[in-house]
Design a binder for this molecule. Structure first.
Ligand code: ADP
Ligand code: MG
Length: 256
């Protein structure tokens, strides 16, 4: 059940409202009163050193980890700290983990069909007939992730970059309102990295996207606001140029 909380004015128009969130692992604060906000329609990059709490932040938003305290509010009124992972996914929050988890022994197109079948499971989805709009959606997503030409290839034969795009495509099949993407370009070639930035910008035309990444060339190509995390909280926020000019950011992260 989605719980309407007493929304503060700031929470009202925000698609993702994280306020005062603390997560403790064995006494260590992975998130330490983390607060930041994402407006609907935004593309936002989250950067910060290893261990800053970036993945834990995504775990909290998707219900994998419960915060000790703080507010996590979706779409101006849904308290995500009250919901389990399946319910949060059903609200339209899609998450891309670091490692691709496509079905290697299925074709590219079958992977997208399976994503559409959602939690119906692999077996029952074999008997799942696609509607005309669903077929159209598959064509559209194949185009978006540049895999139309590879639709009949086994996913296992794709390059690392193409697998990442396929997985992003699988998320798009669910048409999420908010897409969380954790380190998508790790291990990609320069050309794949550039293409991934273009892909996320394209997706951002119709979805809110939050992307965690270390690769500064990639973050620059996104041309979007940047939030810098350090020790479980926000150290700086602004354009990439702003945060690169921030002395504290240089000291703890970029200057290393
Ligand atoms: P980032 O993604 O920014 O590199 P993480 O969110 O993965 O950072 O981790 C933040 C801190 O929390 C790290 O010090 C990490 O070791 C710790 N941490 C994350 N998950 C767990 C866990 N399940 N148990 C114990 N410590 C954890
Ligand atoms: Mg991480």
């Amino acid at each position: 059940m989605s719980t309407a909380i007493h929304a503060r004015p700031e929470a009202h128009d925000t698609i993702l409202y994280i306020n005062g969130v603390t997560v403790t692992f064995d006494g260590f604060k992975a998130l330490n009163s983390l607060s930041f906000f994402v407006e609907a329609g935004e593309l936002r990059a989250i950067i910060g050193p290893n261990g800053a709490g970036k993945t834990t932040m995504m775990d909290v938003v998707t219900g994998k980890t419960r915060p000790d305290r703080g507010d996590v509010v979706f779409n101006g009124g849904v308290d995500l700290t009250e919901l389990d992972e399946a319910r949060i996914a059903n609200l339209g929050i899609g998450r891309k983990f670091q490692k691709p988890t496509v079905f290697d022994s299925q074709t590219v197109q079958a992977n997208l069909e399976l994503a559409l079948a959602g939690n119906r499971g692999v077996l029952s989805s074999l008997f799942f007939r696609l509607s005309h709009p669903q077929r159209a959606r598959i064509e559209q997503v194949l185009e978006t992730v540049s895999l139309t030409h590879a639709r009949n290839r086994l996913a296992g034969s794709l390059s690392h970059g193409q697998k990442q795009w396929l997985e992003i495509g699988m998320l798009l099949m669910q048409d999420p309102h908010l897409l969380l993407v954790d380190e998508p370009v790790a291990g990609m070639t320069d050309a794949e990295t550039e293409q991934t930035a273009a892909l996320l910008k394209e997706i951002n035309k119709s979805h809110t996207v939050v992307v965690v990444e270390h690769d500064m060339t990639f973050v620059r190509a996104l041309e979007c606001p940047v939030t810098v995390l350090h020790e479980g909280r926000v150290l700086a926020e602004g354009s990439l140029a702003d945060v690169q000019a921030n002395k504290q950011v240089v000291e703890v992260y970029l200057g290393r």
